[in-house]
Design a protein around this ligand. Structure first.
Ligand SMILES: Cc1cc2nc3c(=O)[nH]c(=O)nc-3n(C[C@H](O)[C@H](O)[C@H](O)COP(=O)(O)OP(=O)(O)OC[C@H]3O[C@@H](n4cnc5c(N)ncnc54)[C@H](O)[C@@H]3O)c2cc1C
Length: 292
């Protein structure tokens, strides 16, 4: 790894001012579990690293004004230990349990995961089905962006050079069922071969999102529209799963072939639909679901 300057601002203003000055020669740092690996491999070679973990205003995880607010420094472990997340965002809670391992989760953050923007990211699908909104701040001020508009490609987002993500919010809803299913090659540290999030509410509105099967997470809107207002049964779930496949464009890579991803997404969407409806009806709590 090349030498770099380490900066640890105490305020958001300082962080933004340093990034505005250094532009793409500097990288923000949260847990470092993506950044340091990229630096070690020489893929990312910043002159400076701006550590955000000392900024108190980025440390929050709370319910307020009908939403759950999650600050940038919140780790996967903190999400997993949060009763608020388990109750109000069980899909995200399940994803938190399936990211990497305890050691990585203790330092890695959801916001770092989103900003890194690789297709296999665990944080995308559970936020897509909840219409979450991310907070971006730079020298020209603060803006809110729907998470569905945040990703623009592989490792590409709408973040401007001087901007950072300060946090996000998830609207609180009542009477719903939700699930996140990850397919990996084995138990333990492995990126997803595919990820599926499903949400349903008592009016039979369904939301389905898939990750690791396109360059960004996707919403299966055709399947959602097909199911809208209908009470789920096995045939409808199978038809919707077929329609959901139209939203994805998987590739073959070292983790999976394209054909296997398609085959398993069909199964995961169907199972996700059945599980989320069953959770809504029975009030069963979240529990992590990994297919291997
Ligand atoms: C062994 C191992 C296993 C893993 N397993 C998984 C897994 O199962 N699922 C999964 O999804 N990921 C996995 N990862 C990837 C990684 O742990 C996650 O993506 C993690 O959430 C990244 O968070 P971080 O806080 O470490 O981000 P960092 O590494 O600190 O940052 C990631 C990127 O975002 C930028 N950045 C950081 N903060 C901001 C900000 N506030 N605003 C703008 N840009 C910012 C950084 O400059 C960097 O480019 C794994 C990594 C390792 C090393």
């Amino acid at each position: 790894m090349d030498n770099f300057r380490y900066m640890k601002p105490a305020t958001l203003e300082e962080a933004i001012s340093s990034k505005s000055e250094l532009g793409n020669k500097a990288n923000f740092l949260l847990g470092g579990t993506d950044l340091f690996i990229a630096m070690d491999k020489g893929v990312t070679v910043p002159d400076a690293v701006i550590d955000l973990k000392g900024i108190e205003s980025l440390k929050y995880l709370e319910e307020r004004d009908g939403s759950i607010y999650i600050g940038a420094t919140v780790t996967w472990t903190e999400l997993l230990e949060s009763e608020l997340i388990k109750k109000h965002a069980p899909g995200l809670w399940e994803a938190s349990d399936l990211v990497a391992s305890v050691g990585v989760r203790n330092t890695a953050t959801l916001v770092g995961n989103l900003c890194n923007a690789v297709p296999s990211l665990e944080g995308g699908a559970p936020l897509y089905v909840r219409d979450a909104v991310v907070f971006l701040e730079g020298k020209d001020g603060r803006r809110e962006v729907a998470v569905k508009d945040f990703f623009t490609g592989v490792k590409r987002t709408v973040l401007k050079e001087d901007e950072l993500m300060t946090g996000l919010k998830i609207p609180v809803v009542q009477d719903f069922g939700e699930v996140y299913i990850k397919m990996g090659r084995y138990e333990g540290e492995d990126l997803a071969q595919a990820g599926v999030s499903v949400f349903v509410d008592k009016n039979n509105n369904y939301r389905i999102s898939l990750s690791a099967v396109a360059i960004t997470p996707v919403r299966a809107t055709k399947a959602e529209n097909f199911l809208k207002g209908k009470k789920l049964n096995d045939e409808l779930a199978a038809e919707a799963a077929e329609l959901a496949l139209e939203a994805i464009s998987p590739i073959s890579d070292l983790r999976s072939s394209k054909e296997y991803r398609i085959h398993m997404c069909r199964i995961m969407v169907k199972r996700g639909l059945v599980a989320s409806v069953s959770r809504m009806e029975t009030g069963l709590p979240a529990l992590s679901t990994r297919l291997i």
